[in-house]
Design a binder for this molecule. Structure first.
Ligand code: UDP
Length: 320
């Protein structure tokens, strides 16, 4: 198939592009290199079925040229990260909403399939884990910037479902805490790269809050497995959680990373106010119900956390 991957030079996108090419597809990667890096795709420089284009999903003319070639668009380009959300809410809102609207509007007349990358952040501070795809969203006040990313992604999902009801084949994938090699945006949050970087330098690992908050960290190969299954499946008009089923506290994660890095780094705690500024609300737990992914996509997360973290640490060691 002919596939356009927006954000394809980023952390998840670059792994997806590599796997799509391995599966025999022809791929156009669009990336503005805000988070993505051309070197993440350097192994593909002689690959004739791959074209890398520097540009933005906000550039409609460029995007149209690409989408006009495509059977499938995997829309991963996004403005993400806690720091962006808190520091530059307008960039988050415009980048996410305008980009997704462009993709959907241009895909619609061609009936091209859209796979939209959404997020577990969608569920907000709903405390009833595990989250099923039909679980409620629960956000704080709109005057708190912290909620603008979840709100923008929610509106994106609404647009996806609105286009789906007009006949466009759209699937929404909600990724839960993906991690792995190339996740380098540590200044924008991302606890795994932050902890690994600190542990390898012998610096303190900063746990925000009391560290009892839980997450299900998902190795990027599993994230890609779910994404490729969705490209091949008929799941139009549905949201599907893609994650892992192992919950771990942030305290345990810090200890595990120190052990795997063979590091002497101390663990220190910071309040949320110290980390993110006043008014930040964190989620005590985030866990996906994976029934739908399993039934509709045959998805099963297969990389255990220790394995995935070791591979990620090896990648970081190779960079230093
Ligand atoms: N966190 C932390 N120390 C850090 C970065 C993050 O304790 O240096 C915490 C963060 O407050 C959250 C969890 O780790 O409770 C996961 O954060 P991340 O930004 O990776 O993803 P989130 O699940 O918040 O989207």
């Amino acid at each position: 198939m002919k596939i356009v991957v927006t954000g394809g030079a980023g952390f998840i996108g670059s792994h997806l592009v590599e796997q799509l090419l391995k599966a025999g597809h022809t791929v156009w990667t669009l990336d503005d290199f805000s988070n993505g890096r051309p070197e993440f795709l350097s192994s593909l420089k002689d690959e004739k079925r791959h074209t890398l284009i520097q540009g933005s999903v906000l550039d409609r003319r460029l995007l149209k040229r690409l989408i006009d070639k495509a059977d499938v668009i995997c829309h991963l380009a996004a403005v993400l990260g806690v720091k962006n959300t808190v520091d530059d809410p307008l960039k988050v809102i415009e980048g996410n909403i305008d980009g997704t609207r462009n993709v959907l509007e241009l895909a619609y007349p061609r009936n091209a399939k859209v796979i939209f990358s959404s997020t577990s952040e969608i569920y907000g501070k709903n405390e009833n884990v595990p989250f099923h795809e039909l679980s409620d969203r629960n956000y704080g006040a709109s005057s708190v910037h912290r909620w603008c990313y979840a709100t923008a992604k929610s509106l994106d999902e609404h647009m996806c479902f609105a286009y789906s009801s007009k006949g466009l084949p759209v699937t929404v994938l909600r990724y839960f805490n993906a991690y792995g090699p190339r996740q380098t945006n540590s200044q924008y949050g991302g606890v795994v790269p932050r902890f690994i970087t600190a542990a390898l330098r012998g610096e303190p690992l900063e746990v925000y809050g009391d560290g009892t908050q839980m997450r299900c960290f998902t190795y990027v190969d599993d994230t890609i497995q779910g994404t490729i299954a969705a490209i091949n499946a008929k799941t139009n008009g549905l949201a599907i959680n893609i994650g892992s089923n192992r919950s771990i506290t942030i305290n345990e994660l810090a200890q595990l990373i120190i052990k795997l890095c063979d590091s002497n780094s101390p663990i220190i705690t910071k309040t949320y106010a110290e980390a993110y500024g006043p008014g930040y609300e964190d989620m005590p737990a985030r866990q996906p119900d994976l029934t739908r992914a399993s039934v509709l996509l045959g998805y099963q997360p297969s990389v255990v956390l220790e394995q995935g973290l070791s591979a990620t640490i090896a990648w970081y060691r190779g960079r230093s």
